[in-house]
Each structure stands twice: as C-alpha cells, then as structure tokens.
Design a protein around this ligand. Structure first.
Ligand code: HPA
Ligand code: ZN
Length: 348
C-alpha cells in the first residue's frame, strides 16, 4: 500500500502555517477515508455495499448520531489486520501534520473490532506501530484512549477492560462513546473506577445528544478529567458555573455538531458563548473523514462562520495544550510554539 508521504514541516518563521494545536477528540476509525476503505476492502477481500467511492460519499448525509454510527460501524468491516490499523493511523498522522497538529490523543473502539473477530492485540499493535514513529516521522506526540461502547452492557465494558490489562502501558485513558441517549455515564461507574485505580485518565462523551444530567454524572460518578462534546451544558447554568470554576476541559467538535444535527448551523454554534462563560473549550475534528474536515479545517470553519479573531483562535489552540495529558515541560514547549507562531504572523 502506498502511504501519503510526509509533507515539509508546516511552520517556518517566514510562513507561519496553521496554528500549532493538540487534537483531543479524534476517533481513529472516523479517519477512514473512502479511498482507503476501498483499498483495504480489496486487500482483504471484503465487499462493501457501495460500488464506488462517490457512491459511498453520497451516504454521508446524516440525520443524527445513530445514522452516522450505522455507517461508521459498517465500514469498519475493512479493518482486519495489524497492517490495516497501522495504515489507518499513518494516513491520519500525515493529514494531522498538515493541519498543525503537534499532539494527538486518539480514541479507538476495541469492542467494535473484537465483536468482528479482530483481536485487541491486532488493534493495539497495529495502531502502536504507526504511533511509535509519529514523533520522528510527523513531529506529533501521541496518546491512545480506549473507549467503551455505551450502547453495549456494563459487563462487556468490564470484560474489555480486563482483556486490555496487558496493553495498559500503551493506553493513557479510557473514554465512553457511541449512542448516548438512554445510556447514562452511571452505567459505567465500575469500569471507570477500575481504570482510575490502574492509573488511567478518564474522559467521556456527554452532552452531545444527551442531556446536561449526563455531564453531571460523568463528573460526579465517573470522575472524568475532560468532557467530550459537552455542548448541551449550556442548557444548565449551574453546570456551566461548575465546569468554569473547575476548568474542566470540553472537547468540542464544531463540524461534527453540524453534520449530526446537534446544531442547526455553524453560525448558531454555542462556541463563543462557551468561551464567554469562561469554559476551557477546545476545537477538534471527531470523525474527520465523515464530517468534512480535519483539525485546522474546524478552526477555519468556526473563524469564518462565527467571526472569531486571531486572539480567540490562539486561545483555543492554547486550551488544547492546557487540556492535554502531557508532562509540564512538553506542555510549555508546545505553548511556546504558539507564541512563536504569533510573532511570526505579526512580523510577516
Ligand atoms: N459520538 C459518540 N460516539 C462516537 C462519535 C460521536 O461523535 N464518533 C464516533 N463514535
Ligand atoms: Zn466523538
């Protein structure tokens, strides 16, 4: 398989390029572009229910989260071997580099693969093979976040966590994703407690389609370090005050919100109101192959639709490093890159 060759480093002093940023909400399975899906289908002898890449692209018209998840899980049928997971991660990293991503915390959905007979070892070994080269090859530091599917049982999450124990040295955090409504965070209290005991960080999707009550539960019952999405927190003043006071990071995904009809139109996105409320907001791409843009595309889209100025965009980029699971020296190094980017942009 031919891989996308790494491009030249995007930020030299003469042409600052995209803002340096961390991507904290990115499902690696959601980076599967149609071209790679068809290439892997052919390599693995899998027949996709679409004749061409264009026909597949025409299916990317979603009415809600579930309508997206149906396609997202169906296309995973092409991911079978360690090579497939390594190629998927390489393709993402090459794109992320062009978008100014300096650090990526990458979700994966083990149950979506083990349910198809693909072992956890195949997934983790394949992804790690690419991530182990990421610093040197793409200039991107990485972390892995293992997500539990909330529309599966609490027992299945526990079984998955126990099966993952041999791999925990490569996993930084656990997360919670898939169909939100009807599957409250509390259902996963036990497995999150085990993860914390094992020294892992915790994050959870909450307040995307689900109510503010799910954000409260994620904080109080799962003791999460960050909330993924969280946009519906804006319906609950007390919750906003709590999130602001504790500076709980929110990994917001603007293009995703529009594509999944969480928000009617990008111009109506609550991102400016969230910033005004003092929330620690970050901007991320979620499932970029499906939602029309990678990390910097999301920055550009909110700039254009919401009229955000350069200072606000830099705040969002700084927030991404402040919210990342990084040691303090590395965090400071990345924050200094934003200062350097600002200086280069102002002295052009
Ligand atoms: N929400 C919930 N589950 C997901 C998503 C999302 O945006 N993307 C992939 N799995
Ligand atoms: Zn997500």
């Amino acid at each position: 398989m031919t891989r996308v060759a790494p491009s030249p480093a995007p930020s030299s002093p003469a042409t600052p390029g995209p803002l340096p940023k961390a991507e904290l909400h990115l499902h690696i399975e959601g980076t599967l572009e149609p071209e790679l899906a068809f290439a892997l289908a052919q390599r693995n002898g899998v027949t996709l229910p679409y004749a061409t890449e264009d026909e597949l692209r025409r299916a990317y018209s979603f009415t809600d989260l579930q309508s997206f998840l149906n396609l997202y899980y169906a296309l995973m049928a092409v991911l079978r071997t360690e090579d497939d997971f390594a190629d998927l991660a390489h393709a993402y990293l090459a794109r992320a580099r062009q978008q100014g991503v300096r650090h990526a915390e990458i979700f994966f959905d083990p149950q979506a693969h083990t349910a198809r007979g693909v072992s956890l070892g195949t997934v983790v070994d394949g992804l790690s093979r690419a991530l182990d080269t990421a610093e040197e090859r793409y200039g991107i530091s990485t972390r892995l976040i293992m997500c539990f599917l909330r529309d599966e049982s609490a027992e299945s999450a526990l079984t998955t966590f126990e099966a993952a124990r041999p791999y925990l040295d490569r996993i930084t955090a656990v997360g919670l994703d898939s169909a939100e409504v009807g599957h409250p965070p509390t259902k996963f209290r036990e497995v999150f407690a085990l993860a914390r005991e094992a020294g892992l960080k915790c994050v959870a999707h909450a307040g995307e389609e689900g109510p503010p009550a799910y954000v409260w539960e994620a904080l109080d019952d799962l003791h999460v370090d960050r909330i993924d999405h969280g946009v519906r927190c804006m319906e609950d003043e007390r919750l906003v005050a709590r999130l602001a006071a504790e500076q709980v990071p929110l990994t917001v995904c603007p293009l995703s919100n529009v594509r999944l009809r969480v928000i009617d139109d990008l111009s109506a996105h609550p991102l400016p109101a969230m910033l005004d409320a003092g929330l620690l907001v970050t901007v991320n791409s979620d499932d970029p192959a499906y939602f029309g843009g990678y990390a910097d595309d999301n920055f550009t889209a909110v700039r254009d639709a919401l009229g955000l100025d350069e200072d606000t965009l830099r705040t969002l980029a700084r927030n991404s490093f402040r919210a990342a699971f990084l040691d303090e020296a590395t965090r400071a190094k990345y924050l200094a890159e934003i200062d350097a980017h600002q200086a280069a942009a102002q002295h052009r």
